[in-house]
Design a protein around this ligand. Structure first.
Ligand code: HEM
Length: 341
């Protein structure tokens, strides 16, 4: 017969440790009253301790100082954020975006190339740019799926596949999230370096925004002029660079826990990471839609790298003119003397 089972030993040990920690944190006045023979003075409530110290802390002898904090009220806010606020924000952002896209598609339909295909192609993105884009895109999609598993997995995936499969999948998902993050960070940095000059504000932006980029004109006749990237694409670019930057910094804090910050900093990093992450998933869903189903001819730009010249003229007229001027070579000397427009 086993008299000393492990769980029987552990429960009294935990209770004793909690008691020691509480006694150690009892305010000095209460300890004096207790010593003076007033047993009620020992009854310090949890709330009193939290009011006085902001947390319930004891003294420990092991080197990990964090272990001395038994309770921290902001930990409860954090827990409620993880369990309730975050899933709601994530669901509203992602489902909201899907509904908006579906409505847009049914009302507006596909954005067509009004002039039709000419058969003449123009290079839009070179091999290096496409490699950079697809590396970042693949990494982001893996990060999005494995990250969303942390928010919704227990509610949505666990009931479908059962606890064992869910624990195996989640463990792989967590490792993938950690390793793939490096490719994403590299990709975002490369996009910033290679594309930043084409994504600065220019004289076409105000007009592009005013006409909604022609996206809402069902007749496909509105084509506001744009450079290499139109204003909508610039917004995507800056969302990727700034959102990706925030995800990277907060992610590095989490990859190396407590290396750069304390518990409050760790919680802030997780708030930032989770909120920026779900918002970026919503933004990228819109980007994927317009790059595939939403706009005729757009996918080729990142697929083969070349687009039809009519497509390019409709969506990036100022860029096409510049490219053609480059191909035509330097202007003849008399043209250089002509006044600017
Ligand atoms: C299956 C997923 C994706 C598809 C089909 C796709 C498609 C495209 C296409 C066709 C373009 C070129 C548009 C043009 O010619 O002007 C583009 C550009 C771009 N993509 Fe993606 N993309 C995907 C995922 C992503 C992801 C996950 C990111 C970043 C996290 C991303 C970031 C960008 C950026 C910054 C640009 C340049 C700005 C712009 O055109 O909006 N893409 N993408």
């Amino acid at each position: 017969m086993r008299i000393w089972s492990l769980d029987r030993l552990i429960s009294p040990a935990v209770a004793a440790l909690a008691l020691v920690l509480c006694l150690l944190t009892v305010p000095a006045g209460a300890q004096e009253n207790a010593a003076a023979g007033d047993p009620a003075a020992q009854a310090v409530s949890e709330q009193q301790l939290l009011d006085e110290f902001g947390k319930i802390r004891g003294r420990i002898t092991i080197p990990d100082n964090k272990a001395a904090t038994l309770q921290q009220p902001q930990g409860r806010d954090y827990q409620s954020f993880q369990r309730s606020t975050l899933p709601w924000v994530g669901a509203i952002a992602i489902i909201g975006m899907l509904v908006a896209i579906a409505l847009f598609f049914f009302v507006r339909g596909r954005v067509r190339t009004q002039a039709g295909e000419s058969g003449q192609k123009i290079l839009r993105f070179n091999t290096l740019e496409r490699l950079m884009h697809w590396m970042t895109a693949t990494a982001f999609i893996i990060l999005a799926i494995t990250g969303l598993n942390l928010i919704f997995g227990r509610r949505l995936v666990l009931p479908l596949i059962g606890p064992e499969a869910f624990s195996t999948w989640s463990s792989w998902a967590k490792s993938a999230h950690h390793f793939v993050s490096w490719a994403f960070m590299l990709g975002v940095l490369a996009m910033l370096v290679v594309w930043v000059w084409h994504n600065l504000p220019d004289r076409y932006d105000a007009n592009w925004l005013k006409s909604g980029g022609g996206l809402f004109d069902k007749s496909n006749r509105t084509h506001p002029p744009a450079g290499r990237f139109n204003t909508g694409q610039k917004l995507i670019f800056w969302s990727v660079v700034l959102g990706g930057g925030a995800l990277s910094v907060s992610g590095l804090y989490m990859l190396f826990p407590f290396a750069f910050t304390d518990i409050t900093g760790m919680q802030t990093a997780q708030y930032v990471h989770a909120i920026v992450g779900v918002l970026m998933v919503a933004v990228i869903i819109a980007h994927i839609y317009i790059g595939t189903l939403g706009m005729e001819g757009a996918y080729e730009a990142m697929g083969s790298g070349s687009v039809d010249i009519n497509w390019a003229r409709e969506h990036h007229s100022a860029w096409v003119e510049k490219q053609q001027a480059k191909l035509d070579g330097p202007a003849p000397p008399h043209a250089a003397a002509e006044p600017a427009e």
